[in-house]
Design a protein. Sequence first.
Lengths: 311, 306
Amino acid sequence: MARYLLKRLVYIVVSLFLIVTITFFLMQAAPGGPFASEKKLTPAIEAQMNEAYGLDEPLHVQYMNYVVNAFSFDFGPSFKYVGQDVTDIIARSFPYSLILGLEAIFIALSIGVLLGVVAAVKHNKFGDYTAMVIAVLGISVPSFIMATILQYIFAIKLGALPVGRFDTFWHSILPAVALATTPLAFIARLMRSSMLEVLNSDYIKTAKSKGMSQKVVTYKHGLRNAILPVVSYLGPLVVSILTGSFIIESIFGIPGLGSEFVQSVTNRDYTVIMGTTVFFSVLLLISILIVDLLYGLVDPRIKVTGKGGKS
Amino acid sequence: MAQTQLKDSDFEPLYVDENEAEKIAGESNSYWKDAWRRFKKNKLALSGVVVIILLGIMSFIGGPISGHNYFENDLLSANKQPSAEHWFGTDNLGRDIFARTWYGAKISLFIGLMAALIDLIVGIIWGSIAGFFGGKVDEYMMRVADILYGVPYLLVVILLMVILPQGLWTLIIAMTITGWINMARIVRGQVMQLKSEEYVLASQSLGASNVRLLFKHLVPNTMGPILVTLTLTIPTAIFTEAFLSFLGLGVPAPLASWGTMSSDALASFQYFPFQLFFPAFFICLTMLAFNVIGDGMRDALDPKER
């Protein structure tokens, strides 16, 4: 177990190192410098700016500095917003994204699992078809279209919920639902197929023939085993929630990390782009590691050893 | 009680024609024939195929039959509701949405198919080599894939789109640069499973080269899962394109894709909802069609479903 963990951590560090390197050189190769604007700077000012941000040093020195800084989580100041550090921007905007993301994960998991179970229990009946129509629609409707539809119906037509911003719980409902739609549909389908498989297995028949009620069999014996594929989907779930947040936060005008990232891309704010990319990557790699460990924990058939982990 | 009368003749052996016994009664069904038969039974998946074919045809004839093209703008008739002149209305620059929708169909389908094709080729080569040779080769090749897999897909695509000059091919390259990994993993798993089968050993002992073993015996037998993954890659690519276009990183103007059209329409969504409706509807329809085809294929090709 300890060996496995160590091995995984080494991989994470290597992956991160690679990501840091790739982002650095990609940003170097990008057209248009951070100080490029409609107004041409005088050479003297540009030289001074470059010096202030350490951009006048040779590339390998810049790279070394950058790697060292990245691993101590210091990405320097934003190029666009004077006086703001990248770390500050992340610290300021991440809580919004975290709340939104957790809410969306909660919605996706609870409703997705519920739909999947209903579909499996009512296999080939009305409940099954309804749940699967919802699931297929959820997969087919991209989140940004879903967001607009939700805004149109609930905010503009009904006036029931606010259109944008992020102040109270009510503000978070529409974006969270829009963000949750696609993963919800995936979970529902996963849950349905694994539940169907479990419900046809021998130990369920045994439990039934011992005279247990349908409820106990479904929820106590079936659900526990059927939920495993959903647990393994948690990693991709975090990824899809995270990347989905780029668009959803922009549409709803939420000052979260996702919209910050999109803005930094349009602004070519290099330090912010690199900082957020590294931050997102750390978040993803660690959550995938946690999911893998969790999977070994809930499914005793999976042995977490130094040799395994080739998911 | 009626009793069955047994005669001596009942205990005589029946005549068995040796030649008859070996005869196969039914027509022999190959794996693909069987799969096709099961696929045909799935009405939903079949209608998905019909939808895609129709979309494909319309993407070529849609523009000409409307009498407009996708870039011609007429500011006097901007933001017109759907009418006999403009079947789907016009956008904020007076461009005909009907013509643009079908032009967008061409772009979106092209991106989806191309991305899937490149994923397929790279994934098969990488995955089959890793799976076939195993050991150190596998270890290193899959390590590369694992590390690339750790890099978030959309982040890479966005970073690349920022850096490379905007264009259709840039988009496709950006999407495939990490997109092949999924395919490679599936092929690798399948090849590893299949390479210990007897027919591989037989072929090997007859002196077949590794390349022949791989591409004649192993890869064709992994086609089922590959095809399913492929049909599910296409909607992902179409979605990614729409997503990027929405962020302003998609195909550059005057090219039209469903993503850029929805993104443009969003600004005036409250006043002209039809401008968003058409591209959004077709994105959803295409994704839906590919998804049901993918599901149908999985059901048809999965040996467990037999």
